[in-house]
Design a protein around this ligand. Structure first.
Ligand code: LUZ
Ligand code: MOS
Length: 734
């Protein structure tokens, strides 16, 4: 099935928040951002007399709680006094037009007492600025004396801007019964809950509706919430509809990114088996907790990537700095955990002279192996994928040897990257989904779920599940908006889990309806077996069209609506012991990447990548390819290009697309994807989740470039990302 949004996307008819026609009396809001990263707000005033000025809203105007922290209550919606990052919201300007709002905002006068800013997580750690508790995962006993090769090093990873095409936005309308909120959020229920908290009302008065997002990537899992809260607050105060859309510059400045991390590790092996790994992670959380503790946890889950390491210790700290609160980003801490172990293996390879791929292969997880947190693996396709990659590696190797032999100023290299990504929210409670299937009396169907469509194709996948269950064609079904009155208490569309959770819930609703229809046919026609196929129902030696059946069922007073629910079975995690079975299953795969470095310029070209990916039973190969290619681009961008720069005062220097470079079509390697995988009983229609895992194939890009440099000469270059041409050049000439 094609992505059901493809025609409206290509013809420009897809509707995003900013496309919704506004009511006549709509007001426009803008956020007044702090212009220092750390300090105290002394005074804020607007003394102008612009005729379009309606209100300036500050913390003291909030009728409920001035608090939006979801895991830890440490984040004010509007600063009441303390400033923790540059771009923090200190007031909201409400005006009759957007242009006027900008002019008014320019004239707001703010005074601060400024303190010194901290931007480095290690500096934060050393001065005791830690968010929440430190976490430690541990198994076995590390005995360094048992190792024959030991290396240790420091690793630093940069952050990453989400750069969804649609910036944050919300449009809130006062209604007779409360608030109708249109929000570009991955988490409608979080928006509902926080608006209720901020306004001091109950949740049933807030209806949140989401049609689709122009990308989310985690950036709208938590951080769409304050935007919607501010718009709702302005509605509460003015009693008029309010639209608040961030322009790109505000969005870049005000919102958090992927977490930069710094790490120290020590790793040891005996012959080629890794038998000891000790790692400390310093996460740069930014100014408040946001989702950082959960991101930190996933770093620990993925700290051994796809390897079995019997003796292991990982300690992780979430460090509070004066940057915008960093947040969920595709992979959610997993990529950082995986990069460090890959860096450690790279260094082990260098020291021992054993190629990295030999070490990777020797330590690759097999079904039945146990992760340090206790989950035993099954249904991994790692070894199958690896053996296919090995064949491709021989071809790559030959090409590289020949090329490097014949070229003096260019050097090729390659790297292999296995991935194993746990599928489920690590917070067990969040693994639930729901659906509402309405069959109208003419046989047409409306489907509402908790899933938010953000370009990933989740609606298409869930639709596939529904039509395969009812045996009807897709044109009988309308995918409704995600709405908190039709799908309640939803989890964010995140953790690669949305189609599983909401797809299974849809199938639960379908099954209930099918059972009712079967009962009708048994009661009325003594039906034996009943089959739903090709828009018909077949029973005994006759059949009815789906529409006839539904019309009949309606006259016989059969309930034609069903609420479906799903919660992932058999998952749990004990945070005291740091052990459990947190994931439904794992998505796995292996990639091999080739790169050519220009020795004189420090530039490089990503030649090609071959990916053997385990998607279970592939549900929709085009959607899966789209997710792999997009995730790979994001992973390669994070590793090689995207350089978030803050100055010592916490000011974002790479604050526009002129200074923040992201992958384009020319940057990307030739991509070959082969799917392997067997039926996955816990995945929707036997599939495996795909949203996040392929991002980590991008890590191969870093090591392919590094190996190309190394094939030219010995290098002694810090493990630091992104590996930009500047860093390559300095690495080659140091
Ligand atoms: N969000 C979340 C996520 O709240 N918990 C998770 O475990 C997660 N994992 C990946 C992406 N988003
Ligand atoms: Mo996400 S990082 O699955 O919102």
């Amino acid at each position: 099935m094609k992505n059901i949004d493809s025609i409206s996307h290509v013809s420009g008819k897809s509707v995003y928040v900013d496309d919704i026609p506004v009511l006549d009396n709509t007001l426009y809001a803008l956020i007044v951002p702090a212009t220092i990263a750390h300090g105290v707000l002394k005074k804020i005033e607007y003394t102008g007399d612009h005729s379009d000025f309606v209100r300036m809203i500050t913390a003291s105007d909030i009728p409920g709680e001035n608090q939006i922290g979801s895991i830890i209550p440490d984040e004010e919606l509007l600063s009441s006094q303390e400033i923790h990052f540059m771009g923090q919201a200190i007031a909201i300007i409400v005006a009759k037009s957007l242009n006027s709002a900008y002019m008014i905002r320019d004239e707001v006068h703010v005074e601060y007492d400024e303190y010194k800013a901290i931007t480095d997580p290690r500096v934060a750690f050393n001065s005791g600025n830690i968010i929440g508790e430190s976490r430690k995962f541990q198994c076995g006993d590390i005995v360094w004396a048992d190792c024959d090769t030991i290396v240790s090093d420091r690793v630093d990873m940069g952050g990453q801007e989400h750069l969804y095409l649609e910036t944050h936005g919300s449009y809130v309308i006062p209604t007779e019964r409360g608030y109708k909120v249109i929000s570009s959020t991955q988490s409608p229920s979080s928006v509902q809950k926080m608006i209720a908290r901020v306004l001091g009302i109950s949740m049933h008065l807030v209806e949140v509706d989401v049609n689709r997002l122009g990308g989310g990537f985690g950036g709208k899992e938590d951080q769409a919430t304050p935007i919607a809260c501010m718009a709702a607050l302005a509605v509460n105060i003015t009693d008029r509809p309010v639209k608040l859309i961030l322009d790109r510059i505000d969005d870049l400045k005000m919102t958090g990114k992927r977490h930069p991390y710094s790490a120290d590790y020590k790793i040891g092996m005996k012959s080629n088996k890794i038998i000891a790994y000790d790692v400390i992670f310093y996460q740069n959380a930014g100014a408040s907790a946001d989702l950082s503790p959960a991101v930190l946890e996933r770093t620990l889950f993925h700290a051994t990537n796809s390897y079995y390491i019997p003796n292991f210790k990982a300690t992780a700290y979430s460090c509070r700095t004066n940057l915008p609160p960093n947040t969920a980003f595709r992979g959610f801490g997993g990529p950082q955990g995986m990069f460090v172990i890959e860096a450690a293996i790279d260094k082990l390879a260098e020291k021992s002279g054993i190629p990295a791929y030999v070490l990777q292969e020797a330590n690759l997880m097999k079904n039945g192996d146990k992760f340090p947190y206790g989950q035993i693996t099954d249904n991994l396709m790692l070894t199958d994928a690896w053996s296919k990659i090995k064949t491709i590696k021989n071809v790559y190797e030959e090409e590289i040897e020949q090329f490097n032999h014949n070229n003096k100023y260019f050097s090729k290299g390659m790297a292999i990257m296995p991935i194993t990504f746990g599928i489920s929210f690590t917070n067990t409670m969040m693994n639930q989904g729901s659906a509402l299937v309405n069959i109208y009396q003419d046989g047409s169907i409306g489907l509402s779920t908790g899933a938010v469509e953000m370009g990933q194709g989740v609606n298409t996948r869930i639709l596939q599940a529904l039509i395969s269950s009812f045996g009807v064609s897709a044109d009988r079904v309308k995918m409704e908006t995600t709405n908190t009155t039709r799908a309640i208490n939803t989890s964010p569309s995140a953790a690669s889990s949305t189609h599983d959770l909401n797809g299974w819930a849809t199938l639960d609703a379908c099954n209930q309806l099918i059972r009712r229809l079967e009962k009708l046919l048994i009661d009325e026609y003594q039906a034996g077996s009943v089959e739903f196929i090709n828009n018909r129902v077949i029973f005994n030696d006759r059949s009815l069209s789906w529409d006839e059946l539904i019309q009949f069922a309606f006259t016989k007073r059969v309930d034609l609506a069903a609420h479906g629910y799903y919660c992932t079975p058999d998952i749990y995690f004990d945070k005291e012991k740091e052990k459990g079975h947190p994931f439904a299953y794992y998505t796995t795969g292996v990639a091999i990447q080739m790169a050519t470095v220009d020795i004189i310029r420090g530039t490089y070209k990503l030649d090609k990548i071959d990916i053997i990916h385990d998607s279970g039973r592939v549900m929709n190969s085009n959607l899966d390819r789209g997710q792999i290619e997009g995730a790979l681009a994001q992973g390669l961008g994070w590793m090689l290009l995207e350089d978030l720069q803050y100055d010592d005062n916490g000011r974002l220097l790479s604050n526009a697309l002129s200074t923040y470079k992201i992958p384009d079509i020319n940057f990307m390697p030739d991509i070959k994807i082969e799917f392997i995988g067997a039926n996955n009983p816990l995945g929707l229609m036997g599939s495996k989740s795909i949203g996040e895992p392929p991002l980590m194939y991008g890590i191969a890009g870093y090591f392919a470039v590094r190996n190309a440099m190394r094939n030219h000469k010995n290098i002694d270059m810090a493990y630091k990302t992104p590996l930009t041409p500047e860093r390559i050049l300095m690495g080659l000439f140091s």
